[in-house]
Design a protein around this ligand. Structure first.
Ligand code: AQP
Length: 330
């Protein structure tokens, strides 16, 4: 079975539709065919300031959302990143192999650091993609289900793996990005030329917010001045984004939706899509609450996941330490 790894940050009270359609939906599907490792990446979360109690709470809320979306801890390894110290240990080794200029070319760092005052930009935000490479390489990962925004980080991961392998001998599997064809980048509802992102929360549909609110956000999504419901990203970014979301949530093709809405107005499309979203999030939220009602069981699932992840990760790290010449502890 191929090995799959991916992670998500516990930095909000809710995942959003972009996270779900760009990545998490694939996580669930890939469990069937792969040996999957899925991680709530709390080490990544602290690259920007976090309130400790909130971070703890959001880590559990994140895990509960993953379970409610269908991650099955009997088939996949679900765990919290800080429970497996090997992530940080491998990250240090990889940092020492990364060029300063190479790290500086990461566009996500440029975007995220530009949004903050220079003195508040931590070194961790800069080295974040290297920790991400460590996350992936630690498990000898073959495929990484992520959204389009992670493509560059995956390239860095592959470069670091190749560099290590050629300098110290074959050690890491070379991972490929598994980016969905149709939903790689869900756009913001208020600015359909920008990625739906929790950092710029104008037009973000959160899976945990009140379903009514989600429907309202969809009804007030920015569209264009024409009338025709047609997929055309160049000229009709807003409508195209809504069609992508609609199609992904219902399994109806975009062509089928275009035909079904011929002669109808944007208002009809938005109202119907709002209902589709409500029907999706309502049972989801009930399930999340169910998992949060039994925190002891949730923590047990995460503990078991971390135990298994540590076994696999520690084996890789031992090889790495040996290859680079660290004296084995006796
Ligand atoms: N808009 C999106 N479309 C498709 N995929 C997306 N992802 C995020 N936004 C979109 C994918 O979700 C996964 C988890 O991402 P993360 O934990 O790194 O969260 P994030 O990237 O921090 O989420 P945001 O909302 O985009 O936050 P900021 O603005 O902080 O970067 C990843 O696989 C990601 O590709």
């Amino acid at each position: 079975k191929p090995r799959v790894f991916s992670g998500i940050q516990p930095t909000a009270d809710s995942f959003h539709l972009g996270n779900y359609l760009g990545a998490l939906r694939e996580w669930v599907t890939m469990q069937d065919t792969a040996d999957a490792f899925y991680c709530v990446v709390d080490l990544h979360a602290i690259t920007v300031a976090q309130d400790p109690d909130e971070l703890r709470r959001r880590t559990r809320v994140s895990a509960a959302q993953l379970l409610a979306l269908g991650i099955d801890p009997e088939r996949s390894t679900l765990f919290v990143q800080s429970h497996v110290p090997e992530h940080a240990q491998l990250s240090w080794v990889l940092e020492c192999l990364t060029g300063f200029g190479e790290a500086g070319r990461m566009t996500q760092f440029k975007d995220k650091s530009a949004r903050q005052e220079a003195e508040h930009v931590g070194v961790g935000l800069f080295t974040y993609p290297i920790l991400q490479a460590a996350d992936i390489l630690l498990y000898q990962t073959d495929a990484v289900p992520v959204g389009e925004d992670q493509r560059q980080h995956l390239e860095l991961t592959r470069n670091l793996a190749q560099r290590f392998n050629s300098r110290f001998g074959p050690t890491f599997a070379l991972p490929t990005a598994h980016i969905p064809k149709d939903t790689a980048k869900i756009q913001d509802l208020q600015d359909p030329t920008a990625k739906m992102s929790k950092s710029v929360p104008a037009g973000v549909v959160e899976l945990m917010e009140s379903p009514k609110r989600s429907a309202k956000k969809i009804r007030s999504a920015v569209t264009d001045l024409e009338k025709e419901i047609r997929y055309d990203v160049e000229n009709k970014a807003g409508i195209s984004n809504l069609l992508v979301i609609y199609s992904a949530l219902t399994g109806r093709s975009i062509a089928e939706l275009e035909a079904a809405y011929e002669g109808k107005g944007y208002g009809d499309l938005k109202k119907d899509l709002g209902e589709v979203v409500v029907d999706f999030v309502t049972p989801f939220q009930e399930q999340v609450q169910g998992y949060l009602d039994d925190v002891a069981e949730l923590d047990k699932v995460l503990r078991k996941g971390a135990e298994h992840a540590r076994e696999v990760g520690a084996a890789t790290l031992r090889t790495v330490f040996d290859r680079i010449g660290f004296l084995a502890p006796t």
